[in-house]
Design a protein around this ligand. Structure first.
Ligand SMILES: NC(=O)c1ccc[n+]([C@@H]2O[C@H](COP(=O)([O-])OP(=O)(O)OC[C@H]3O[C@@H](n4cnc5c(N)ncnc54)[C@H](OP(=O)(O)O)[C@@H]3O)[C@@H](O)[C@H]2O)c1
Length: 290
């Protein structure tokens, strides 16, 4: 039995079908009944609904699993405490392999969510558990292409001339499935996962324009306005947390490039990683077919 946390998110919903296809039994943790239903419909053997910030829920989730893939929910206020509790509970329960979804350059302390992952990595390294750490670059996110396809504009919340590396979520979850299926081959490993290439927002706009065959505008947006528009009904403490995180992301990525190398991902996949252009072509074909 393999446990997956944040199981119906960007990674989880792509990973779980791969684990089931590989013959694993899967226990999935989500927060909402709607996500629980859709994972059950996928054939997940055990779906648990609860809050990862509750240590009793974590203990229940970890009981009896051989391996686990821990993904901290995006920008969660308790991400560090949840990660630490997952490691501690896994050690107490005798879990054989802890796979942690971290982030590229977790040592970057001015990115709050990176520093948190750095701390969780350290806690995991010190736990005595067998581990594998995956460090993906910025996700290629299909939902970020919606305004591109519908409005002809690509929006970014940091400087448009800074370079970033990205990675396709199908490639990340191919690696996660591989690592969870062959734990001994990937024990004590930390893998940086990045696709080839480095892209400014203008480069991204050029790729998008080429694939769509029309001019795509590139626009910088204010991170605070973006967060307020998307998550406006949050309680004030949660909103303040989100604003702090997004402000730090915008400041860091506006002052420094965020770059990774594709060698490790290429080796793990045994093929070339999905390029940004390949990702856009795939998602645009899906958009046109829908
Ligand atoms: N975005 C990027 O470019 C990037 C790059 C590298 C690393 N990362 C890191 O990747 C992680 C996020 O991965 P992801 O995008 O795959 O996950 P995600 O989409 O944020 O995960 C959402 C899932 O987490 C569940 N969830 C949220 N809060 C929960 C809680 N309190 N208790 C239990 N379940 C909860 C949700 O349940 P419901 O469906 O029921 O709501 C949903 O299934 C973050 O740590 C982020 O820092 C992101």
């Amino acid at each position: 039995m393999i446990l997956v946390t944040s199981a119906n998110g960007n990674q989880g919903k792509r990973l779980i079908p791969k684990l089931l296809a590989a013959g694993h039994r899967v226990r999935a943790c989500v927060r909402s009944d709607a996500s629980a239903r859709s994972l059950s419909e996928l054939g997940v053997q055990e779906v648990l609904t609860g809050d990862l910030a509750d240590p009793e829920f974590i203990a229940q989730a970890i009981h009896g699993v051989a391996g686990l893939y821990h993904i901290g929910p995006t920008l969660h206020r308790d991400e560090r405490a949840i990660g630490f509790a997952m490691v501690d509970a896994a050690r107490s329960a005798g879990v054989r392999h802890f796979v942690f979804s971290s982030v590229l350059h977790a040592i970057t302390t001015d990115l709050i969510q990176h520093e948190i992952k750095r701390d969780i990595e350290e806690h995991l390294l010190s736990s005595g558990l067998e581990f594998t750490i995956l460090q993906p670059a910025n996700y290629m996110l299909p939902h970020r292409l919606k305004p591109v396809f519908e409005e002809g504009v690509f929006r970014l919340s940091w400087a448009l001339d800074r370079y970033q590396s990205m990675v396709d979520l199908e490639d990340v979850t191919d690696v996660a499935a591989l690592v969870l299926t062959h734990p001994a081959d990937h024990a004590a490993a930390t893998y940086e996962l990045a696709a080839p290439g480095r892209f400014t927002a203008h480069d991204i706009g050029r790729v998008l324009s080429g694939v769509l065959g029309r001019e795509i505008a590139v626009e910088r947006i204010d991170p605070a306005a973006f967060i307020r528009a998307r998550l406006g009904d949050l309680d004030p403490e949660e909103l303040a947390h989100q604003l702090r995180m997004s402000g730090a992301i915008s400041a860091r990525y506006s002052a420094h490039d965020f770059l990774g190398n594709p060698n490790v991902l290429t080796w793990l996949l045994g093929r070339a990683p999905t390029s940004f252009e390949g990702f856009v072509r795939r998602e645009y074909a899906a958009f046109l077919a829908a």
